[in-house]
Design a binder for this molecule. Sequence first.
Ligand code: 5GP
Ligand code: ZN
Length: 109
Amino acid sequence: MSNCLFCKIIAGDIPCNKVYENDHVLAFHDIHPKAPTHVLIIPKLHVATLADCDDPALLGTLMDSVRHVADEVLGLTDGYRVIINVREGGGQEVFHLHAHILGGKKLPF
Ligand code: 5GP
Ligand code: ZN
């Protein structure tokens, strides 16, 4: 989508600090980290929000990529938190589906 921030990052029109990429997903550091490690992972296909996504394969690929990036790319072997904010009421600000990976310290509830 032409007016979507994360689609512009995928297209390379806006720079990001990339940590991982494959044919289906892109992972990059959040610009305002809320933990020592704070990475966003997004599908390359534009989906506005989890609530709109009826594609189990896309969601499976996204979650499998979260596990791969957290464990094998970022090395968060002590553990990490995965957050998906859904719609305005859930705190979603960028309407391109994304999972937050937070780690690098013991996270409070
Ligand atoms: P949401 O609140 O939608 O779940 O999360 C959006 C996230 O995107 C926020 O944590 C915010 O810091 C991050 N963000 C917003 N704009 C940019 C940007 O231009 N680059 C990067 N790397 N992160 C961004
Ligand atoms: Zn998008």
